[in-house]
Design a binder for this molecule. Sequence first.
Ligand SMILES: Nc1nc2ncc(COP(=O)(O)OP(=O)(O)O)nc2c(=O)[nH]1
Length: 276
Amino acid sequence: MQLECGNRRLDLSRPRVMGVLNVTPDSFSDGGAFLAAGQAVARAREMVAEGADIIDIGGESTRPGADPVSIEDELTRVIPVIEALHGQVDALLSVDTSKPEVMRAAVAAGADIINDVCALQAPGALEAAAEGGAAVCLMHMQGEPRTMQADPRYENVVTDVAGFLRQRVAAAEAAGMARARLLVDPGFGFGKTLAHNLSLLKHLPDLVDSGVPVLVGLSRKSMIGKLLDLPVERRLQPSVALAVIAVMQGARIVRVHDVAPTVQALAMCAAVEQAE
Ligand SMILES: Nc1nc2ncc(COP(=O)(O)OP(=O)(O)O)nc2c(=O)[nH]1
């Protein structure tokens, strides 16, 4: 299984690590740490050295309660970092955005993947994503960051999320994007209760059956805090455990803040997967 990212390919026969690079002042776990482009570039190089296959560069926090960021501010944050890293690191570059204008500029600056927590639903997003040939991650979110955790409800969270992602894959294909360019993501923590998140993780194979590679983001999230009563700065071990569970359930890419321990854990998953 390969992911087509423009003229590059990512072999998904083994699980891959996407390192989180939040160029924001307010991300839930590391806001402000990498806001300056120089800090962000240094952090990206560190994550690549630790084994990250992808660097996911985001300029807008999507944490529950987050306020939207203007197009100009998001561009100012992410484009210089993508430009500085393009062709300079041995990793694919992903832009974490829902805005068509940022998608276009990021791909023009060298982004290989568009990671959209809104699954290309914004007006013009399908067209913007189709243009440049970048791979696209389509993620499920119920509602919007500001209010999504108020009272999330589903008929059946697994079939509802799977149905939504199937529909977004179809929309992307109808807009001219080959399935080989697509990823899907159930959106842990995006309009989900703890029970919803656990059910989605338990039934992840149902999403994997769609035939589109699955990306998950569980790192440091509040479901860990709710299960283990741990503050965000003490969620490393459970984050790595969740990454292993997701991979053993069929996920092919895990989006994490802590690259080195996740790379080690996934290397063991890969060894077991490839054993006779
Ligand atoms: N595909 C995908 N993208 C995501 N982007 C942001 C976050 C939230 O985490 P983080 O970026 O660390 O926080 P913030 O949104 O506050 O910057 N989670 C996901 C995720 O689960 N899947």
